[in-house]
Every structure is written in C-alpha cells, then in structure tokens.
Design a protein around this ligand. Structure first.
Ligand SMILES: [Zn+2]
Ligand SMILES: [Zn+2]
Length: 177
C-alpha cells in the first residue's frame, strides 16, 4: 500500500481547535495516511453568503481543489470555525468529494455548551474528520448509527456514533484501496 500525505489546513483567520490534535487520531484510523499541517488559508470570501452569514461548503471544496495544486499534499482537509451550509440544508458539519482529494469540516456546531469540555470537542472533531476522509476515500453513508460514516444531521447523531468505521465500511475501504 503506498502511503499518501493528507494535509490539514486551517481556513480563516482563527480556529477553535488545534490541528495538531487531529494527527494521531487520524493516522490511527487510516494507517496508510501520513498527516501534515499545511499553511493556513485565509477567509474563503468567495464562499461567503452574507444573507445566511454562512459559508457554502461546496464552494470551499472547489477552492481547496484549486489550492492543492500549489501544495505538497495528496489530499487536503480544511478545518474552519465558521458555519458551513449547502443549499437546501440549514447547515452541515462538513462536506467532501466522494471520492476525491478534498474535504472540509467546521467546529462551529461542535462546540460544547461548557467551554471546558475540551475532550468532548476533541471527540466530535475527530469523528467529523474521519467521516469526511472516509468520503474522500470513497465511502458512502452507512446506515449503522454507531458507524462513523453514519450521516450526522444533529449533534446527537455525532455524539452517538463511534469514531470508528464499522466492519463493513472497513472492508469496503480495503477493497477500494
Ligand atoms: Zn457524510
Ligand atoms: Zn459503516
């Protein structure tokens, strides 16, 4: 199995989460990925919708696909603290090409009520990151609520699911690798 380098890239001028804290958990789930931290990208103003005061995540994917040509990474996962949406939905926790080289997640809706619940935030961010990387690697949504590839419509969905792929998704990943 050839190893690929996934770059974590901060989107926007500030982040509520340290990207370093994602590297270990992600390589534990995807041993074929080397994880690096890319230089941050500024606010993706082209993706901003002022009426909604949110950023269009699909437009961010297009920006990342453009940006990846100028960096040394095989894949890029954008991490933002601003709110993301796709038309037809109030918000999304993240989005990724299926399959593809880019994905994006936001911590905006993942922040715990108590700011000191940092391990809860960590768990949530890891789950959303693993979920989007799963899409980038070709995995679709899984019907098992405990599988990390289950679609999170609300924070409750995210909290219920585990950070792991179920056996079938794991198998699928091996088949398509
Ligand atoms: Zn998904
Ligand atoms: Zn699954």
């Amino acid at each position: 199995m050839t190893s690929e380098v996934l770059g974590l890239i901060q989107l926007g001028t500030r982040l509520d989460f340290l990207l370093d804290k994602l590297t270990k958990p992600i390589s534990a789930k995807f041993p074929d990925l080397d994880i690096g931290i890319s230089d941050p990208l500024g606010d993706p103003t082209e993706a901003y919708d002022s009426r909604r005061d949110q950023f269009h995540s699909t437009r961010i994917l297009a920006l990342l696909e453009d940006h990846i040509r100028s960096v040394r990474f095989d894949r890029l996962l954008g991490v933002a603290s601003f709110d993301l949406y796709v038309p037809g939905m109030n918000f999304v926790f993240g989005e990724a090409r299926l399959p593809g080289r880019v994905g994006v997640i936001s911590t905006h809706r993942l922040l715990p009520r108590q700011p000191d619940q940092t391990s809860l935030l960590q768990d949530r961010v890891v789950k959303e990151a693993v979920h989007e990387i799963g899409h980038m690697k070709g995995l679709k949504h899984c019907e098992r609520v405990s599988c990390v590839m289950h679609f999170s419509e609300s924070l409750a969905d995210t909290d219920i699911k585990s950070p792991n792929l179920c056996q079938e998704c794991e198998l699928q990943l091996k088949v398509s690798a």
